[in-house]
Write a protein that binds this ligand. Structure first.
Ligand code: NAP
Length: 290
């Protein structure tokens, strides 16, 4: 993509930090958004070693950044170092987006809202009143559990390999969330795979027994590389509507963009940019995303 505006002394900077961050898709997504709206900002990725997040936050202040995305392993460190956390980041104890407001740095977490908006975009539904099962209890799963509970899901059942983490996730979604077992999948309206099973080199792996899926179910695998996981294929074969994690990725960025700029995010341009980038670099390292 070519930038429409020249870079001048007035051009502002937004960025993502991670370790690593160099394979991040965020620059493609956010630069497309700035360009689509004619905003004079650029977005870069910075590899910041573990432990250096507070120094990166100082740079946000010094350089007057428009906004900062945060990816692994800095999300908890940034949560501890910003001036203020919103309700979501405070509950999750993890920040993936820093919003500078009047000299203060506000930490938020856009993954859960990104998931819900992605679901509306792909499947045309809201989680409200639905029985949901979330596979996994890591950072992404916790953000999704919280968002599903907040948007009025009838129930949110967490199925995870490690019981203690599932309990932590269930507490976040109280009172509608609880720890469940794989058989709960068969009774769900919406099933979300938020484990890393099926990602990258483990592309053929399944996080659950696919025979638990059936018609009338919506299945979202938040992985997007590969574009179509074994889970999505098996769910479709059994009649479910199935979607990958591309929309969650784009909408978590869209929410961040809107917080930084006060402009509605140009989602079609952002989606096209990430699709083009994935097509050009199919082996991109997904662990590097916010
Ligand atoms: P994480 O915090 O490391 O959590 C990983 C989860 O996967 C844990 O629940 C873990 O279970 C489970 N898991 C890992 N290996 C497993 C195995 N062999 N069998 C069963 N369960 C296993 O990672 P995360 O940040 O939440 O990310 C999870 C996935 O979501 C990744 O694939 C990531 O790329 C994707 N993601 C996508 C988006 C998006 O925008 N689409 C955003 C964030 C993350 P235990 O608790 O038992 O270890």
């Amino acid at each position: 993509m070519t930038r429409a505006l020249p870079i001048t002394g007035a051009t502002r900077l937004a960025a993502v930090i991670g370790d690593p961050a160099r394979h991040s898709l965020s620059p493609a997504i956010h630069n497309a958004a700035f360009d689509a709206l004619g905003l004079d900002s650029v977005f870069l990725a910075f590899d910041v070693p573990r432990g250096q997040a507070p120094a990166a936050l100082e740079a946000v202040r010094t350089f007057g950044l428009v906004g900062l995305s945060v990816t692994m392993p800095h999300k908890a460190d940034v949560a501890a170092a910003v001036d203020e956390l919103d309700d979501t980041a405070s509950a999750l104890e993890a920040v993936n987006c820093v919003v500078p407001v009047g000299g203060r740095l506000i930490g938020t977490n856009t993954d859960g809202e990104g998931f819900v908006r992605g679901l509306q975009h792909d499947a045309g539904i809201d989680p409200g009143g639905r029985r949901c099962v979330v596979l996994g209890a890591g950072g992404a799963a916790r953000a999704i559990v919280l968002a599903l509970a907040r948007t009025g899901a009838e129930s949110v059942t967490i199925v995870n390999r490690t019981a203690a983490s599932a309990e932590v996730a269930a507490q976040l979604g109280a009172p509608v969330a609880r720890v469940g077992v794989p058989a709960d999948i068969a009774r769900a309206d919406l099933v979300v795979n938020a484990t890393s099973v099926g990602m990258g080199a483990g592309a053929g792996d399944l996080p659950c027994d696919p025979d638990l899926f059936g018609p009338d179910q919506i299945v979202v695998d938040i992985i997007y590389n590969p574009f179509e996981t074994a889970l999505l294929r098996s769910a479709r074969k059994r009649g479910a509507l199935a979607f990958n994690g591309l929309s969650m990725l784009v909408f978590q960025a869209a929410v961040a963009f809107e917080r930084w700029t006060d402009h509605p995010a140009p989602v079609p341009a952002m989606l096209t940019a990430v699709q083009d980038q994935l097509a050009a670099e199919p082996s991109v390292d997904l662990a590097a995303e916010p």
